[in-house]
Design a protein around this ligand. Structure first.
Ligand code: C2E
Ligand code: CA
Ligand code: CA
Length: 656
């Protein structure tokens, strides 16, 4: 059974079930107009049958007011239908409806019962009929608001029972008992129906919750599958999904390009400062890319490689400018706790064209462009073109022929001397590889060394060249050193370095006469393994030269951590030294840096007397370049040394 508290609760509109209240109001709003309509009809009907018997105010004035009130309520409900209201307003409307149900039903019932005293037994029967029909009709209409139908039942049944019981008419008394019995039955039935409705709504809510949870779960799965946890950007899969979507979209939606950004100098950050620092840099890169605006979507493809989809550019020049701007953003130092790291980025771009619809092919093209971006200089953007494709095809041809070549026979070394201006003599020579292919003819080393790296023969090639060099160099004057170039792949493979050391050792060469040239970019490739290689070479007793200085990251902070003996200033600076004050300042800084770090400084690519004079004034004494010596084959180089002798003066004049 119900407790008193339960009974009170029947008249309350719950405040903790907004969805339920909203559903109730929604259901009610379709029935209220119906309810007021038949209430109005009933009132008019009762007034009409009593008009000949009761005073005019009982059959015209009072019912007129009732009809007016009902009409106003009806109009109000109709006007408010479909209007969006908040949970608080919903509850207030349900409360008002319940209160009005109590008041209006009580007042209508009292009016109807007051008419009992007039008229005939027929009109009296009409009054009882009015009460019962009103109770039944209203109860059905108000079924959705328990508080309202309970209030309505109380509002009608209580005054009706009292009036009928006190009237003294036995028939009316029996009717009162009947009305109470029927009302209780109706109340119980409605409470049950109402409960079922509530459950239905709640199960709907649960369904809604389940749907929301499922949506949340699928979003989480999407994130897991498509988002890079470190940077918050899309991951490789997300990038490819997006790319496929872009390719499937309308091709007329404006120019779109794909880009691959590769960070230069990221590996050493990881190696030197640790993975947390590396992660921080990647996060910052992610932020910088994300901040570049709506015309670009960035994704992390893995490691320090990022994929880009660019739109909204005008033409190819504009696209390159956008790429360069991204590269510049990567050059802004990354501030860490108490230090900062400097990096750069290279970008390969490819514009979408109707003839390429495969994502893989686009990525391959962007990759090729990236490869060229990396070759042309650190931190630049290159757009894929047909000319580039031609060069790629060419280089692929070079690779094929290189793989088939008889390296032992076709490869040779030329030597370019290094001049010491202080003592006016040649102090050493750099060994430069030459490939005279029977099919392709002479191929420049800058081309075939890279091809050898790509097709995996570089280790073998380096070893062949090194043996050849040692064989030729063996009988050179003992005060001449020889410098051998190592590729990035050699320096990052300490086991190969060990092999070279053992070859030199077996040959009985004084290791102090051997210099190994490495580039900054090669070292940055894998800082830890490169350092291990350098340590081995130093332990052996050989010297290390940092080649092409100034073209790489020039992160001076790393230079002093390497066991270097000399630095070779790249020849690109020298061609501008007489015309550019900025270049002069850069070269001066490098010369001063070498001076303070006690490193030999060799200036490469000196071609004119004017350049030599200027560099000497700047404090440099060791040079290499066409002014002193063109690269000579082994026999010519040896002949030259014999001819010039150890103390041969002004050798450059003989050779220029
Ligand atoms: P590098 O190590 O910077 O070599 C110097 C290059 O500059 C040589 O080109 C040389 O001929 C050129 N050069 C020297 N003086 C002048 C000058 O006054 N003016 C101009 N315009 N150029 C000058 P080369 O021989 O074509 O070599 C190109 C690059 O190929 C080398 O640059 C080096 O990075 C690579 N390389 C050469 N031989 C080998 C090798 O045996 N192993 C490896 N791994 N790389 C090599
Ligand atoms: Ca070199
Ligand atoms: Ca060089």
């Amino acid at each position: 059974m119900y407790s008193f508290k339960d009974l009170i609760a029947f008249f309350r509109i719950p405040s903790d079930k907004p969805a339920l209240n909203a559903a109730h109001l929604q259901a009610l709003s379709t029935k209220i107009p119906l309810m007021y309509s038949f209430v109005i009809i009933n009132i008019i009907g009762l007034a009409y049958t009593h008009f000949p018997h009761a005073p005019w105010w009982m059959t015209i004035a009072v019912p007129g007011i009732f009809v007016a009130i009902s009409g106003v309520r009806l109009a109000r409900y109709l006007s408010m239908r479909g209007r969006k209201i908040d949970a608080h307003q919903v509850r207030r409307r349900l409360q008002t409806t319940s209160l009005l149900a109590l008041l209006l039903s009580a007042v209508f019932a009292v009016w109807a019962l007051a008419l009992l005293q007039y008229g005939t037994p027929y009109t009296q029967a009409h009054v009882i009929c009015f009460v019962i029909v009103t109770v039944l009709g209203n109860a059905v209409c108000l079924v959705h608001i328990r508080a309202a139908f309970m209030a309505m039942l109380v509002g009608v049944v209580v005054p009706t029972t009292i009036i009928l019981m006190l009237g003294g008419n036995v028939v009316f008394m029996v009717m009162a008992v009947n009305i109470v019995g029927v009302s209780v039955a109706i109340a119980l039935m409605l409470v049950k129906t109402h409960g079922d409705f509530e459950k239905l709504i709640e199960s709907g809510e649960d369904l809604e919750k389940e749907r929301a949870a499922a949506q949340e779960l699928s979003r989480a799965y999407f994130e897991l599958a498509n988002i890079d946890a470190l940077t918050g950007l899309r991951n490789r899969r997300g990038f490819f999904n997006m790319l496929e979507d872009t390719l499937a979209e309308n091709p007329d939606s404006g120019p779109i390009a794909i880009g691959i950004l590769d960070l230069d100098g990221f590996k050493p950050v990881n190696d030197i400062y640790g993975h947390p620092a590396g992660d921080r840099v990647l996060r910052e890169v992610g932020k910088r890319l994300a901040a570049l605006g709506a015309d670009m979507v960035a994704a992390r493809l893995g490691g320090d490689e990022f994929g880009l989809i660019l739109s909204g550019y005008r033409n190819e020049d504009d696209l390159v400018a956008r790429g360069q701007m991204i590269c510049e953003r990567m050059r802004v130092p990354f501030r860490m706790d108490g230090y900062s790291v400097q990096m750069s980025g290279s970008i390969g771009l490819v514009a979408l064209t109707p003839d390429v619809v495969e994502a893989e092919e686009l990525i391959k093209r962007a990759d090729h462009a990236l490869y060229h971006a990396k070759q042309t200089g650190i931190g630049s953007a290159v757009v894929f073109s047909e000319a580039l494709a031609e060069r790629i095809r060419e280089s692929m041809g070079v690779e094929r022929h290189l793989r088939d070549a008889n390296l032992e026979q076709e490869m040779s070394l030329f030597y370019q001397f290094v001049y010491d201006a202080q003592n006016d003599r040649m102090i050493g020579a750099e060994a430069l590889a030459r490939w005279d292919s029977p099919i392709l003819g002479p191929v420049p080393p800058s081309t075939f060394i890279r091809a050898a790296e790509r097709c995996g023969v570089i280790g073998q090639l380096t070893e062949i060249l090194f043996r050849k060099m040692l064989a030729e160099f063996g009988d050179w004057p003992s005060n001449i050193f020889v410098s051998f170039n190592l590729s990035a792949h050699d320096i990052c493979a300490p086991e190969r370095i060990l092999k070279l050391i053992s070859i030199a050792d077996r040959k009985g060469i004084d290791p102090r006469r051997l210099t190994f040239e490495i580039t900054e970019t090669a070292v940055m490739h894998d800082f830890e393994r490169a350092q291990e290689s350098l340590r081995l070479l130093k332990h052996f007793g050989a010297k290390i030269a940092l080649d092409d200085f100034g073209t790489g990251h020039s992160s001076l902070s790393y230079v002093h951590t390497l066991p270097l003996d000399r630095v070779k200033v790249d020849r690109s600076f020298i061609s501008e030294i007489e015309t550019s004050a900025v270049t002069r300042a850069v070269v001066q800084t490098i010369i001063d840096l070498c001076d303070s770090l006690k490193l030999d400084c060799i200036i490469e690519g000196v071609e004119t007397k004017g350049q030599l004079d200027m560099l000497q004034v700047m404090g440099c004494t060791t040079f290499q370049g066409f002014l002193f010596s063109r690269p000579l084959d082994g026999v010519s180089a040896r002949r030259f040394l014999v001819a010039s002798g150890d103390s041969e003066p002004a050798a450059h004049r003989l050779l220029a």
